[in-house]
Design a protein around this ligand. Structure first.
Ligand code: TMP
Length: 237
C-alpha cells in the first residue's frame, strides 16, 4: 500500500482508491525547524477537521471527506493535490504583517486571497497568477475556481466562528482534482487557521506553539467545544 508521510498526518492509499488520513501528535513550525509531540493532538485535530469539513460540505463546498474510521483517522476521497496553499485573510497577522509592516489585527476589507507554492525546499514562496501559469501547476481557470472556492469556504467558516465567539484571522486551504471535479482537501483545524478568542484576543491555534506562549492543547480543546456548541445551534436554527 502506498503511504505518504506528512509533518502532521500520514496518508495511506487504499485499494478501493480512497485514502486513510491518520492525524499524528506532531506539531511543526517554520518549515519543520521547530518540532514537538503533544499527546492527544491528532485525535483532537481530526475531530475539529471532521466537524468543519462536514459543515463546509453542508454549506455547499465539495470536500474530500468521507467518514471517520477511528479516533484519529478520517477516510477521504483520493485527489490530485494542487501544489498550492490558498490563504484567506480577514485580518493582518503572521507573514502578512512581516511583508507589509502593517500592525497585527489590522482588518483586511475585503478579505485578501493569496497563493503559495507548496515546495518545502523553497520555503513555500508566495506566487501570483502569472507565476502559477509559468510553473504550469494549475490552469488560469482552475486558479479562479480555487480562489472562489476558498473565499466561499472562508466566509462560511467565519460565520460559524462568529457564533462560537472566535475571531477567524486567517486560514490556509488546499484543493485537489478528483474525477468529480475540484474538492476542498487536506484539513481545516487550529493547525491551519488562526483562531483567537473574540473577547481576549488570545490565540486558540498553532500560534501558541509557533510563539511558545502556553498550553497548545487547551486552546484546541476550547475550539472543539465552542464549535460543537455553535454547530448544535446551527442545526436547531
Ligand atoms: P502565514 O501568516 O504564516 O502566512 O500563515 C497564514 C495562515 O496559513 C495561518 O492561518 C497559518 C496557515 N499556515 C499553514 O496552515 N501552513 C503553513 O505552512 C503556513 C506557513 C501557514
Amino acid at each position: 500500500m502506498q503511504q505518504y508521510e506528512g509533518k502532521a498526518k500520514r496518508v495511506t492509499v487504499r485499494d478501493d482508491g480512497d485514502v486513510e488520513i491518520y492525524y499524528k501528535d506532531d506539531a511543526t513550525a517554520f518549515n519543520g525547524q521547530k518540532h514537538e509531540l503533544f499527546a492527544g493532538k491528532g485525535a483532537l485535530n481530526s475531530q475539529i477537521a471532521e466537524r468543519l469539513l462536514v459543515y463546509l460540505q453542508q454549506r455547499g463546498t465539495p470536500t474530500h471527506h468521507v467518514q471517520r474510521l477511528d479516533d484519529r483517522t478520517l477516510l477521504a476521497k483520493r485527489v490530485k493535490i494542487f501544489p498550492l496553499e490558498v490563504v484567506v485573510r480577514f485580518k493582518v497577522a503572521g507573514s502578512l504583517a512581516k511583508r507589509t509592516g502593517l500592525p497585527d489585527n489590522t482588518v483586511c476589507a475585503p478579505p485578501i486571497v493569496e497563493t503559495y507554492y507548496k515546495r518545502d525546499d523553497l520555503g513555500d514562496p508566495i506566487v501570483n497568477d502569472d507565476h502559477i501559469r509559468l510553473l504550469g501547476i494549475a490552469t488560469p481557470a482552475d486558479v479562479l475556481t480555487l480562489r472562489r472556492m476558498a473565499l466561499k469556504a472562508a466566509l462560511d467558516l467565519k460565520a460559524l466562528c462568529d457564533k462560537a465567539e472566535i475571531d477567524l484571522v486567517d486560514l490556509k486551504l488546499e484543493f485537489g482534482q478528483s474525477g468529480a471535479g475540484i474538492l476542498l482537501a487536506d484539513e481545516v483545524s487550529p493547525d491551519t487557521c488562526r483562531f483567537r478568542d473574540k473577547k481576549t484576543g488570545s490565540s486558540l491555534d498553532k500560534d501558541v506553539f509557533r510563539q511558545g506562549k502556553g498550553d497548545l492543547l487547551s486552546g484546541y480543546r476550547e475550539v472543539l467545544q465552542r464549535f460543537e456548541k455553535a454547530l448544535a445551534e446551527v442545526v436547531r436554527a
